[in-house]
Design a protein around this ligand. Structure first.
Ligand SMILES: NC(=O)c1ccc[n+]([C@@H]2O[C@H](COP(=O)([O-])OP(=O)(O)OC[C@H]3O[C@@H](n4cnc5c(N)ncnc54)[C@H](OP(=O)(O)O)[C@@H]3O)[C@@H](O)[C@H]2O)c1
Length: 244
């Protein structure tokens, strides 16, 4: 299988080349034991890539052809660096397990650790599983999406805050990041069809975990959404799957 290519056309630090093409052969997935992370690991391996499935308890990842369970402690920068080293891209599927204030500080630290390690080992591409509740500065939402965000914010304020601080660190970084923001994520079949857009999806939008995985893995070598954070959902009715 021909390796997918990453073309980095974003603003890079002065000592790194722009317009660099990187063949994707190995990626690391953080949060590889999560409901979505597991799907991402399987999807990336299905593309012929070697996948480092990074987890604090790698015993809960099944080693298979092209899937390598990898121990990481996000509070230990040496293990983060070792997980990222000699990979072509990072896919971050981390999510707080508890709605607890401590997760906010933890997630700020996790993002910083991953970004710092990427800088040290010169890995530039980062694809992040974010969420529809994460806000962009000056973003305008319709009434439905405002209500949904307020609802999520009141039910799980610290989960939302943790993902927001994670996003703020990534947004300000020098890496070639893309953050995808799905609304409701459900179990369901992999269709391979999804929609990415800057405008919020509105009432009833959802997507399966398997299709979130397809979209995240597609982004590793895609160009259109570098340094952007589109919403991600399954197309409804006549909605096209092309970027809006
Ligand atoms: N599921 C949804 O409906 C949905 C919708 C929109 C957005 N999202 C976003 O996607 C994220 C992930 O979703 P999910 O359903 O896959 O979540 P999940 O099943 O709870 O998985 C969370 C992952 O993060 C890892 N993790 C959490 N804290 C960690 C830490 N301190 N150190 C190392 N690993 C840590 C977990 O590892 P362990 O297994 O070791 O705990 C697990 O692999 C959510 O948090 C949310 O931001 C989800």
């Amino acid at each position: 299988m021909e390796p997918a290519q990453i073309l980095l056309e974003h603003a890079t630090p002065p000592d790194l080349p722009t317009h660099e093409t990187v063949a994707v052969r190995r990626v690391v997935v953080f949060g590889a034991t999560g409901r979505i992370g597991r799907e991402v690991v399987a999807e990336a391996a299905s593309r012929g890539w070697t996948v480092r499935a990074a987890a604090r308890d790698p015993a809960s990842v099944t080693a298979r052809e092209r899937i390598v369970p990898w121990t990481v402690n996000l509070d230990d920068e040496a293990t983060v660096e070792a997980a990222i080293g000699d990979c072509d891209a990072v896919i971050d599927c981390l999510g707080p397990r508890r709605n607890h204030l401590g997760e906010v500080a933890s997630f700020a630290g996790h993002a910083r650790a991953i970004l710092a390690a990427m800088g040290r080992v010169r890995v530039e591409r980062l694809v992040v599983l974010s969420g529809a509740g994460v806000r962009l500065e000056h973003e305008r939402l319709g009434p439905f999406d405002r209500v949904m965000r307020a609802l999520v914010g009141s039910m799980a304020p610290y989960v939302l805050a943790a993902k927001q601080v994670e996003f703020e660190s990534i947004r300000k970084s020098d890496v070639a990041w893309t953050a995808l923001r799905p609304p409701v994520v459900l179990s369901g079949a992999r269709t391979g069809r999804y929609r990415l857009a800057e405008a919020a999806p509105g009432f009833g939008a959802h997507i399966s975990r398997a299709d979130v995985a397809v979209a995240l893995v597609d982004q590793v070598a895609a160009q259109d959404w570098i340094c952007r954070a589109p919403f991600l959902w399954s197309p409804r009715g006549r909605e096209s799957t092309r970027p809006a």
